[in-house]
Design a protein around this ligand. Structure first.
Ligand SMILES: [Zn+2]
Ligand SMILES: [Zn+2]
Length: 426
């Protein structure tokens, strides 16, 4: 009998230790689930409404109004007009504690949607092809659920709705860096931030992540090769910018393939070649525009120096000249190691460890990284793929779509992550 009693006691102690370890108690989790279940249809309607009305970077006027009104109705303190169209909502818990943030981006892309769906984009040539409609819906859903659970919240939750993740229009500032400059991480001071991105290579029900270096830094370069025009029949009287540019394009590829340690992920892509104006004229100028993806500031500088050496060497040897511009973009997305470890424990408990996938570093970029430079951050990919429903298309394409089952999953994960964080760092 005694032995049985002891076993029962050990069983309960281990359950308690187990739930404590993950930082959330199951009654809270059940309440979150019930709230989400209740809101499910409303959330789909919200996502579709946002999807039908996409707006480009720094022009998210109606989207911003929609979000702000929604947050106000939930009783949050709302600030608008941050970094142009950004919105910040503050949900105050009734118990004291720190402030944690959840970020969602708001902009769409200049793509004509080709999906045959009842909630297809109503704006010609503009589409939520990067899933930011889903990111906003998840964040609004979290606000809807947690605004009904204030009594359980130890501290505050800041909802950051950020414009221009895809990049501000030329000549304009915008996105995460401008939000930070305008004080989004202050008053109250934010101690950590969470974010997610939909990802069509992962099945709905799964998530992907990587501690530390997760997504690349994206740089943009522009090269102008300046030669000398001549008749197409007498190239020796000119300096052929097309031939020189061709050599430059090929030689640049030797940077990742022959000059950088093969274990270091580096991509160099020329996306635009422009030059010349007639079949029988030697082109005097060629413009090359492209991108460099790296995982550190040092590597970014190293690639820049190597590029310039190649461009200088080749153009000089032909008697041509050049202009070279190298603009560093958002830094790499770096997931804080301990925050990642703690977050993954929470996520594994909710969706099961087999659905939590450790990814390789991604060469795509995200300006969420700017927040991570300032405070601990955790960013992960939310699976949205469903082959049976034909949902397989990549981001930034006219057929991109998500399995909307990802929305309640995203909300569930975020609610639990925020609670677990506030519980641990109160
Ligand atoms: Zn995008
Ligand atoms: Zn995106």
């Amino acid at each position: 009998m005694d032995l049985i009693k002891r076993k029962i006691l050990i069983f309960f102690i281990s359950i308690l230790t187990f739930s404590n370890l993950f930082g959330i108690d199951s009654s809270l989790e059940n309440r979150i689930n019930r709230e989400i279940e209740r809101l499910k249809n409303k959330l789909i309607t919200i996502r579709r409404q946002i999807h039908q009305n996409p707006e480009l970077s720094n022009r998210e006027f109606k989207t911003s109004r929609f979000v702000a009104e929604h947050l106000k109705k939930l009783g949050l303190e709302v600030k608008t007009g941050i970094a142009h169209t950004g919105v910040v909502g503050l949900l105050k818990g009734t118990q004291p504690g720190t402030t944690v943030a959840l970020r969602a981006d708001m902009d769409a892309l200049p793509i004509q949607e080709l999906n045959d769906i009842p909630y297809k984009s109503k704006r010609k040539g503009v589409m939520h092809a990067c899933g930011h409609d889903v990111h906003m819906t998840v964040a609004l859903g979290v606000a809807m659920v947690l605004s009904r659970m204030r009594d359980e919240i130890k501290g505050n939750i800041k909802f950051i709705f950020q414009p221009a993740e895809e990049g501000a229009p030329p000549g304009e500032e915008g996105g995460a860096s401008l939000m930070i400059k305008e004080g989004v991480l202050e008053n109250p001071k934010v101690s950590a931030i969470f974010g997610l991105h939909v990802f069509p290579l992962l099945n709905v029900g799964t998530i992907g992540y990587r501690p530390e270096a997760f997504m690349a830094q994206s740089n943009r370069f522009e090269i102008e090769i300046i030669g000398k025009g001549a008749h197409g029949a007498t190239p020796h009287l000119g300096i052929d910018a097309v031939v020189i540019a061709s050599e430059v394009v090929l030689a640049l590829q030797t940077i990742p393939s022959r000059q950088i340690d093969a274990r270091e992920p580096v991509v160099l892509s020329v996306g635009i070649i422009e030059g010349g104006n007639r079949f029988n004229i030697i082109a005097d100028k060629v413009r090359l525009v492209g991108t460099v993806r790296v995982f550190s500031k040092e590597m970014s500088r190293e690639v820049k120096e190597k590029m310039e050496k190649i461009i200088k060497g080749i153009t000089e040897s032909y008697g041509a000249s050049y202009k070279f511009q190298y603009v560093e973009g958002a830094p790499p997305v770096h997931n804080d190691p301990s925050l990642t470890r703690e977050s993954i424990k929470v996520i594994e408990k909710i969706i099961g460890s087999k659905n939590v996938i450790l990814l390789k570093p991604q060469m795509v970029a995200e300006d969420f990284s700017y927040y991570g430079v300032k405070i601990p951050s955790f960013f992960y990919f939310l699976g949205v793929r469903n082959e049976k429903k034909g949902i397989t298309h990549m981001l930034h394409t006219p057929y991109f779509n998500v399995d909307e089952e990802c929305i309640p999953i995203g909300i569930r994960l975020m609610c639990n992550l925020l609670f677990a964080y506030l519980e641990k760092y109160q």
